[in-house]
Design a protein around this ligand. Structure first.
Ligand code: SF4
Length: 416
């Protein structure tokens, strides 16, 4: 038996891979530990999307190498692909690095040389009640600020029959939510067609479950597809569609291949429907962003009334085209714009959540918090903190909650 520790940085993909590795190790008879000095195997699942997460991964790598030695560390994720040399410099020779598209099979093959594992097709239990299911791996969109195409490699769609088998298995084993993943999920192709085709097949599975998907790219999505997805029975009432900037000039420099007006056409069905939420990603301070470009982003955020925005300050990622652009926005201006936009976003979130007061929403229970509170997520993706009358909440169950009030963080209420 081996004591192992998995440290995960970054996106939902990394969460999925780390959870699957942990499950395989536990089934193999190994023990998960939280402290480095109790571990004899360390797996670091790194993220290179932001400078900060990359530095954290390297710092943890250095600490782990000092504690258990490079030979007992498996280094995976985007940083492993884009800066192998630095990883070896920090940890020393013997470090096991997995680069490239990084299929789970390839990672598990290396892990198996260090500890016994047992494979199973079912979704990782540690993610319960949400089963993460990969639809497409890699990315070939080449946004100029992004390291993912270099780190994750070419797009590979997962066979439709395998996706359906995973979805069916997850529903039968009691998972209440399926999350389909792809860096650019609209590029998915299988014998069932594109994204709408495979999700329509999933929708036909009998059972009590919701599903949603991450992450869409406006350039590869059509309004008719949005409308068809909205008709599905099990789909959650939310769309996450990264806008990145409200200025067409900046979108072009980002190599995003859509305009603000095309984005507006795509989200119109969502904004016109009651009870559907729209969330997005925005980067402030992209090279060359003028005050006018920034004001267009503020206008767009207000016009689309986003229910949630993941706001990032631009930072150079080594090896990306934008890192070589000359007209960088000073850090003080980036900080100022970030603070200004954050206030707008928080006001919108507060107003959007306050509008739900007095309504009954369906909630998926995600955790218990003490003896009289629970936390969950509504069908349109809002955080919900609630107390109950009668039946006690159980993780993975759906409950109906009467909302008393909302704040910028979410909704508060009591079950009915
Ligand atoms: S679509 Fe753009 S931002 Fe998203 S992973 Fe691909 S290159 Fe990066």
């Amino acid at each position: 038996m081996v004591s192992f520790l998995i440290k995960t940085f970054g996106c939902q993909f990394n969460e999925l891979y780390s959870a699957a590795i942990a499950d395989a190790l536990v089934r193999g008879g190994n023990q998960s530990v939280e402290d480095l000095d109790k571990a004899s195997l360390v797996i670091i699942d790194s993220c290179a999307v932001r400078k900060k997460s990359e530095e954290k991964a390297f710092s943890f790598l250095g600490e782990a190498a000092k504690t258990i030695g490079a030979r007992n560390i498996v280094f995976i994720g985007c940083v492993a692909s884009v800066d192998r040399e630095r990883a070896v410099r920090i940890a020393g020779h013997g470090l096991r690095i997995i680069e490239g598209t990084m299929s789970l099979d390839a990672i598990l093959a290396v892990v198996e040389t260090l500890a016994p594992i047992e494979l199973d097709d079912s979704p990782p239990r540690s993610l319960f009640p949400t089963a993460d299911i990969e639809l497409i791996r890699g990315c070939e969109s080449y946004c100029t600020y992004c390291i993912v195409p270099a780190a994750r490699g070419r797009e590979i769609s997962i066979d439709g029959a395998d996706v359906l088998r995973s979805a069916l298995g997850a529903v039968r084993s009691g998972f209440s939510e399926l999350l389909f993943l792809g860096q650019n999920i609209n590029k998915y192709r299988s014998s069932f067609g594109g994204l709408v085709g495979i999700l329509s097949q999933v929708d036909a599975i009998e059972g009590s479950f919701w599903f949603w998907f991450l992450s869409s790219h406006p350039a590869n999505f059509e309004p008719i597809e949005v409308r068809r997805l909205m008709e599905l029975q099990h789909i959650e009432h939310r769309l996450h569609l990264p806008l990145q900037s409200g200025s067409d000039r900046i979108l072009e420099r980002m190599n995003r291949h859509y305009t603000l007006s095309q984005y507006a056409d795509l989200v119109r069905p969502i904004r016109d429907a009651a009870g559907w939420a729209l969330t997005t990603d925005i980067i402030v301070g992209f090279p060359g962003e003028t005050n006018d470009d920034f004001l267009r982003t503020i206008d767009a955020v207000q016009e689309f009334r986003f229910d949630g925005v993941f706001l990032a300050k631009y930072s150079d990622r080594q090896g990306t085209p934008s890192s070589r652009m000359g007209d960088k926005v000073p850090q003080s201006v980036i900080d100022e714009r970030h603070a200004m936009l954050l206030r707008v976003i928080q006001d919108l979130s507060r107003e959007g959540n306050q509008r739900v007061a007095g309504q009954v929403v369906e909630v998926l229970v995600l955790s218990r918090q003490g003896s009289d509170k629970a936390f969950g997520r509504s069908i349109d993706g809002r955080n919900v903190w609630f107390s109950w009358m009668g039946q006690e909440p159980q993780v993975g169950r759906f409950m109906r909650v009467l909302i008393d009030h909302g704040s910028k963080e979410g909704l508060y209420g009591t079950t009915i």
